[in-house]
Design a protein. Structure first.
Length: 219
């Protein structure tokens, strides 16, 4: 019960934008032997996604959401070493980043850490990246999947351009494209012929890991 309460406190600390408390509670949860991925999913991700829902409903201001993002990042800094020290070799390679013009990479950063914690090699290209660079990186790294998310409808046409560029480069068989984010829908993904759609970042990470595991097993 104490562990559950600690995780709930992490979520609340993120939502209140208290970076110091978020970091302290993450460290406390680790001492209580809670798994880093559990702290991440149930504490940090739950907190920032609730803040995002409040922002979309105009219940909090943009500045309040930015402060919540900073609190989430403070917690991530505590957890990062545990995601990086995994002893097993990665079973798949993922290319991720935000598309050109999209400079807010909060969801992308969380998704990167989550996929890394699951045992994937994550090549994070960063923010505001041309779809051409996604394709180049996928070819260079022999990636099994490209995962791209956005929070704005502005960048949906670039997602379509990414899928088209992958087809033009003839990599669609060996590299699948998974799209996610607030304005992204299953219908949109089907309409542009993306390979996979995830309604949220946790499911996106799960789907990426499941697909790469299938590939590694030759299924």
């Amino acid at each position: 019960m104490q562990l559950v309460n600690t995780i709930e406190k992490i979520s609340c600390a993120v939502q209140s934008g208290n970076a110091r408390q978020t970091a302290s509670l993450c460290a406390q949860a680790l001492k209580e032997n809670f798994l880093p991925v559990g702290i991440f999913k149930e504490g940090l991700v739950t907190g920032i996604m609730e803040s995002k829902r409040k922002f979309r409903r105009n219940e909090i201001l943009d500045l309040e959401f930015l402060v919540a993002e900073q609190a989430m990042k403070a917690g991530l800094e505590i957890l990062m070493p545990f995601f990086e020290e995994g002893g097993n070799p990665p079973f798949g390679t993922v290319i991720t980043g935000t598309l050109e013009g999209d400079i807010r990479g909060t969801e992308k950063n969380m998704l990167s850490f989550l996929m890394q914690s699951m045992g994937l090699k994550v090549i994070d290209l960063g923010n505001s990246i041309s779809y051409v660079h996604f394709i180049e990186a996928a070819i260079k790294e022999k990636a099994q999947i490209i995962v791209c998310s956005t929070g704005l409808t502005t960048f949906l046409p670039q997602m379509k351009a990414l899928v088209q560029a992958a087809a033009k480069a003839n990599i669609r068989k060996q590299t699948k494209i998974l799209l996610s984010g607030g304005p992204v829908t299953e219908w949109f993904c089907k309409s542009i012929e993306a390979d996979m759609y995830a309604p949220n970042l946790v499911q996106a990470a799960d789907m990426a890991a499941e697909y790469c595991m299938q590939v590694s097993r030759g299924q």
